[in-house]
Design a protein. Sequence first.
Length: 511
Amino acid sequence: MSSDAAQVTANRGISSYAVVFGGMLLQNLLLFALSIVLASLFGTSEEMDAFRTAFTPPLMLAAVFAGTGGPVLMTLLARRETSSAPGTATLILLLLTGVSLACAFLGFYDSELVMRGLHPWFDPKRQAESSVLFHILVWMLPLNTIIGLSQAVLNSSLNFVVPAISGVVGPIATLAAVWWLAPEWGIAGVAWATVWGAVASVVCQLPWLIRQLAWPAAGQLHHAWQQVGIAWPLLLGMGALKLDPLVDQFLGSSLEPGRISQLDYAGRILTPFLMLSSGTLSTVTFPRIARTAVAGGAPLRAEATLAFRTLMSLCVPAFVVLTTFAHPLVQDLLQRRNFTAADTLAVSQLVRVLSAMLLGAALSEVCSKMLYAFRDSLTPNLILTCCLLAGFGLKAVLVGPWGILGIAAVTSGVFVAVGSMQLWFAARRIGPMGTRNLVVHLLRCVIASAFAAAVGAALLQLPIPFPSVFGLTLGGILYFAVLVFSDSETRAFVKRLRGSRESRVESPEPE
């Protein structure tokens, strides 16, 4: 490869990180704006408990289908090992979408049975309200399945722009519909707005999705089933992972009203940090490592090293923010009208406990995708499943004496264990990546985070509105400024980022 071609490839990689990060940043800001609206309108009421419990099952099951089929589609299309790959991918997408539709119809047929089985300790009022909402939200199952599979197909061709745009269009549509429907329809209006936002996201991706697929030829159905069958360890791990929130809600239904909502709001605080770190990395890293895994050697180690460095750069400051500024952040963003000071205290405690989950989950997301690129789906998912099953037992034991905090503490511990074990296996597969340089970079991230946290703490003392938001913004700017000043590779990263735009004009990424 010539030096010019290598530079174009590097710039494309940097540009991909920027596109995905920017899209996820805007998407999460919009979703958090939705959380602020919901907190103001419903707080941690029984209505909010009912909404979250009705929304979680279709959301989690869709994540299982998309999380199982996505890596299969991405590996199949990224490598293009046969000319029939697009046709086989079409069949896989149709099969998984059909299964998700069938599950949605079954849930719609007897929503009361589903809700009663998942939340046996709900009082009759919350039970009835969750069943009504599940009738609406069950259609998020096929819609989110299509969104996740479509994103995998587009990312396999290194098209990160369209999924990023669709990820913004959906929340905008949801926010607009909530503003229109919630005043008159209440929490049911929020449910319908959620469905409409998903429809908008599907419509946004559909034209580009069709261009990447092909009409399947005769005899490809068996091959498609084989590809899905290979992913059974992934299905096992994803099933256990997405069962975790359902177990939390099952156990939480025995607690006083509002605890499920408080845990959900803590997760909403955590989600933007998690998505902007591990979500960005796994989206870009997986297709690139899938392409370099065959050859191995220096290109593979370079991609892996870049992924781990970026993971440290994003996760360390996020962990510091969540542990240090949880209370003022929750207070500034959520505490108004129906979201009380007592809710703020409870949610901020949960955020601190769950902050360790950020590190473990981000590490697990990246390491598991690296192992998938080597077509090893058994190792990461066996680790995940065993740890989660042990966690389910611990949660059942601790929910009595510790309440919702016990559930959160076990969740954090499980993900730290999973991420650590998967890291060991991924490092063995990839080979030496320069451990000393990674440790030095980690220390830089810690020092830069401490400096930014000190500045943020000083801003909290000023009599200004939303001081935690200003502190978070200024602290983030100063953090990356310290990294750029102290680390030559980060400076090179920024330079490539600035130069990638010109490279893309000269040699655009394929659709």
